[in-house]
Design a protein around this ligand. Structure first.
Ligand SMILES: [Zn+2]
Length: 171
């Protein structure tokens, strides 16, 4: 099954990238079964969501999923298009790249390797390219108007994210 490509329904980015927002995919699902590693709520589930909800695309630029032995960032929406988050102020969202971790990090602890892949393959290249400092990496709950939001999960550690970013800094 292939997701339909609907670029005319996506908004083209007009401003340079200044923020990187981190999420977990559990926020998309209210079903309790999504809280465990349930194949239905993994990558095929995201694609089915686009087909069923007739949205233009998956509402993250990248999703990092564990494929076989290792974590892999998957391009879900080309970053030249904006993602749509009504709870995030336009001043931030129009300059943001959205990266989501597959799963529920209110429920499970992130492996060290996930932090490494996130920093090395996604965060550091964008930081270098767009001159983004570590304080412009935000958790969704830090920039949301929804004060009860836990995304990207209580078990995701911002300090570890920042320390990995410092480890892989590109000179
Ligand atoms: Zn989120």
């Amino acid at each position: 099954m292939k997701i339909p490509l609907r670029p005319s329904r996506l908004i083209v980015r007009r401003q340079t990238v200044k923020w990187i927002i981190l999420h977990h995919t559990a926020e998309l699902y209210s079903a309790p079964e999504s809280k465990i590693d349930n194949a239905k709520y993994q990558m095929p589930g995201l694609f089915n969501g686009v087909l069923e909800q007739k949205t233009a695309d998956i509402n993250y630029h990248y999703v990092i999923d564990k494929i076989k032995e290792d974590y892999v960032p998957v391009v879900c929406r080309p970053f030249i298009y904006l993602c749509e988050w009504s709870d995030i102020h336009d001043d931030i969202n129009k300059r943001a790249i959205h990266v989501s971790l597959m799963g529920d990090y209110d429920f499970k602890v992130a492996e060290k390797r996930l932090y490494e892949i996130l920093a090395f393959r996604v965060l550091n290249p964008f930081m270098k390219m767009f001159h983004i400092s570590p304080n412009k990496i935000k958790f969704h709950n830090e920039v949301s108007s929804d004060k009860k939001l836990t995304c990207p999960g209580d078990f995701l550690d911002k300090e570890v994210v920042i320390s990995m970013v410092r480890r892989f800094v590109i000179k």
